[in-house]
Ligand binder design. Structure first.
Ligand code: A2P
Length: 280
């Protein structure tokens, strides 16, 4: 496997491209977010992933504004919260997110959860296509969609989301969804890519890390890259933010990839999208 020297970009089905490694700010407290985002951008990250529900969009926007990196050089993603699903409420929620972020367009907007009990994700996505047509969001996608939600969305709108951002790590490698995404032309994006930190002390991961002279987090991020996943590790710690981006100078072997594959248990760390209908 060839080693890229810079953060590769993943081409999306709409022709846009997204830097493969980004900074995620889920569970980053608002008071730490501005510094985390600025640190990341100054370290070379060009992709930041937040959400209305994280309560840190304003701080994310401030981190971007204070980083010295130009807005057009950063791929900025946020997500529509569950209680805002529906056509008109989506348009209002989008405006509110842009206001908080202090920007006048988004690189990507995602439906955070399908919320199947509400059955509003199709109307929500129609509002996304309107925002896309207006040029206010460049790419539109979804998060936590199961195969039946993707199929229903595509059947109803004729539009294939650019991305599905799902829980994905070695315990839950999501073979079925990754294969479906490949077939449909949807990019796979991994949330909780480090297993929320739980995999960082796994002896298989630390053993591989030792062999390569890298950290456990770097090995996990590289594993995602080898699978073609877009990956958004979270950290509030400046040294870790920097070191999580130092992943472009080594390769995992086939044997490393097989050892990591043996960690699969099917364990979910987050909610099951088929039953998660929380609007709080
Ligand atoms: P912290 O924010 O204190 O650095 P995930 O992205 O899978 O949700 O994992 C995030 C968790 O992993 C957080 O608890 C984060 O803690 C921790 N983490 C992220 N990067 C590293 C790293 N390089 N070394 C140790 N822990 C890390």
């Amino acid at each position: 496997m060839a080693t890229p020297s810079v953060n590769p970009r993943v081409t999306l089905n709409d022709g846009n491209s997204i830097p493969q490694v980004g900074l995620g700010v889920w569970q980053t407290p608002a008071e730490d977010t501005e510094r985390a985002v600025t640190t990341a951008l100054q370290a070379g990250y060009r992709h930041i992933d937040t959400a209305s529900a994280y309560g840190n969009e304003a701080e994310t926007g401030r981190g971007l504004a204070n980083s010295g990196v130009a807005r057009q050089d950063v791929f900025l993603v946020t997500k529509l919260w569950n209680s805002d699903q529906g056509y008109d409420s989506t348009l209002a929620a989008f405006d509110a997110s842009l206001d908080r972020l202090g920007v006048d367009y988004l690189d990507m907007y995602l439906i955070h959860w399908p919320m199947p009990a509400n059955n509003t994700y199709v109307d929500t996505f129609r509002a996304f296509t309107h925002l896309h047509d207006q040029g206010r969001v460049r790419s539109i996608g979804v998060s936590n969609f199961a195969p039946e939600h993707l199929e229903a969305l595509i059947d109803a709108t004729g539009i294939v989301p650019a991305v599905n951002q799902i829980e994905l790590h070695p315990l839950l490698p999501q073979h079925e969804l990754r294969a479906l995404h490949a077939q449909l032309g949807i990019a796979t994006e991994a949330w909780s890519p480090l297993g929320q930190g739980s995999l960082l002390t796994d002896p298989v991961i630390t053993g591989i890390a030792e062999q390569h002279g890298k950290t456990a987090a770097q090995v996990l991020i590289r594993w995602h890259m080898h699978l073609g996943n877009i990956v958004i590790p979270k950290s509030v710690n400046p040294e870790r933010i920097v070191s999580n981006f130092d992943v472009f100078d080594f390769d995992l072997s086939e044997a490393d990839m097989s050892s990591i594959a043996s960690l699969e248990t099917g364990t979910r760390l987050g909610p099951d999208p088929r039953t998660f209908n929380f609007t709080g």
